[in-house]
Design a protein around this ligand. Structure first.
Ligand code: DLL
Length: 445
């Protein structure tokens, strides 16, 4: 359902709005954030340097390290007394990155997410089961405010405690479930273990994101729950969930909330723009934020853009599914590979459950992948008997061949029984880097 006229504006009209808002944002950061003023001056630019949307290229990039270096609040553009809320990313090392919102920012974000949920099939009167984590992570509260804004009854269940999630899904009869795709998959599996059929719930739509997932994972989730599953994208540095969202009508690219965010796609090496349709790093500039405006934020996420009008009628630019983050790209003997590409081919192997972990290991000076996969219950029960070792050996070969021919990398494969690999209630851990682990003691042979 299209809930805001801006979603169908002709491109020129969106661009006029973007330019007006960009100028205001540039003016605001120049005046209120010393970090940006210095960066502008060092490039010899002032707010007057922006007279067209193309001039955005004159502006400096912002990176995660800039947020870390100004921890916690030094990039905020308003007085702390006017900051209504902060969120932070967990950050694997050192301090988290902190972002702030004014009351108006929260109102805008709620509207953005309301639009996103409507894109994914939400309507007022429905019930939204929100299994995104609540807390400093933007997922839970971001989706919550948007769901309420849309007029949905919101169930703030957060992630974890899967048995209770299942009970609430059965009892409250939600129409939409939101959560990371990997966690919602776990909910389905646990239902099956309890002898319940996930296809029989009241759920009609799923809004999944916060981590890379493949088309094949979409098929698995749609099949398991008998729902339509759509992809939602966002990041805390730019706002949180809702920056872009797929429509359930086309399920073909994520509509960007272009009235609030200006998107660019650049080549991460040359930092130059790449043409529409070509993959590169997504870069966002906020256009309406008050507390934490951000200029040309390099997301590290790889995707591409399309500006064709979508069959749902919306005219906003669409971004592709995010393949992964540049820092998560594996480089194995010269081949670049994202875990989501491994997922894409792994899920097609019918003996496997849709769970995997990529162990990065090193032998001498060479890196290699040890792929940890899990067989599904069906295969597990079918292989009991004398042919067990042969069947597993054949499966290993099948996986190795699929990886070699599609991902161009030879991998070691370890096969585990069902439910062996760790599940997360939030973002799944797909890569485990064991390259710098030194063995403390090896027992003699
Ligand atoms: O993950 C915001 C969010 C919450 C998005 C709920 C969607 C749903 P962060 O914790 O700051 O924010 O992590 C942002 O997660 O730069 C991407 O690398 C990744 N990411 C987010 N959505 C997707 C997606 C939230 N749909 C980082 N596909 C981003 C692939 C995604 N990766």
């Amino acid at each position: 359902m299209i809930i805001h006229e801006v979603e169908t504006y002709p491109q020129e009209q969106i661009q006029d709005l973007q330019l007006k808002r960009l100028k205001k944002t540039v003016e605001q950061v120049y005046k209120q954030v010393p970090f940006y003023k210095e960066a502008f001056l060092s490039l010899d630019i002032t707010p007057d340097s922006i007279s067209t949307l193309q001039d955005v290229k004159k502006l400096p990039f912002t990176q995660k390290t800039d947020l870390r270096n100004h921890y916690p609040f030094d990039l905020f553009a308003i007085d702390m007394k006017d900051v209504a809320r902060v969120h932070a990313s967990s950050g694997t090392s050192g301090k988290p990155t902190v972002v702030g919102y004014s009351q108006q920012d929260i109102e805008n974000w709620s509207q953005i997410v309301a639009r996103a949920i409507a894109l994914g099939g939400g309507t007022s009167g429905g019930i939204f089961h929100n299994a995104y984590g609540y807390g400093l992570f933007t997922g839970g509260l971001g989706m919550h405010y948007g769901s309420e804004k849309l007029g949905m009854t919101t169930v703030p269940v957060s992630g974890g405690n899967t048995e209770r999630q299942i009970m609430l899904i059965e009892d409250f009869k939600p129409t939409i479930i939101g959560g990371t795709p990997s966690y919602v998959l776990k909910i389905a599996e646990d239902m099956e273990s309890l002898g319940k059929d996930p296809r029989k719930t009241s759920l009609k739509y799923g809004i999944f994101g916060a981590e890379p997932w493949s088309e094949e994972m979409r098929n698995v989730l749609e099949e398991k729950f008998a729902i339509k599953a759509c992809d939602i994208y966002g990041l805390s540095e730019v706002m949180g969930p809702g920056i872009a969202m797929e429509c359930h009508e086309a399920q073909n690219g994520l509509h960007i909330a272009e009235d609030h965010f200006f998107v660019e796609v650049i080549d991460p090496r040359t930092l130059q723009p790449v043409p529409d349709g070509q993959e590169g790093e997504l870069v966002f500039t906020s256009l309406t934020k008050e507390a934490f405006p951000i200029i040309r934020y390099r997301t590290g996420d790889i995707g591409s853009l399309s500006r064709e009008t979508c069959e749902c009628g919306r005219t906003t630019a669409r971004m592709s599914r995010v393949k992964g983050r540049i820092d998560d790209m594996l480089i194995i003997r010269g081949v670049n590979l994202f875990p989501s590409e491994i997922e894409h081919y792994l899920i097609k192997i019918k003996e496997l459950a849709p769970h995997y972990q990529v162990y990065l290991k090193r032998q001498g000076s060479l890196d290699y992948i040890e792929l940890h996969v899990e067989v599904n219950e069906h295969f597990y029960h079918a292989i009991n008997g004398d042919m067990k070792h042969t069947k597993v050996a054949i499966l290993v070969k099948t996986i190795q061949q699929a990886m070699k021919s599609h991902c161009l990398v030879s991998m070691n494969v370890s096969i585990f029984p069902p439910k062996y690999l760790p599940r997360s209630s939030g973002k799944a851990v797909r890569v485990v880097d064991k390259r710098n682990v030194t063995v403390f003691h090896n027992s003699p042979h």
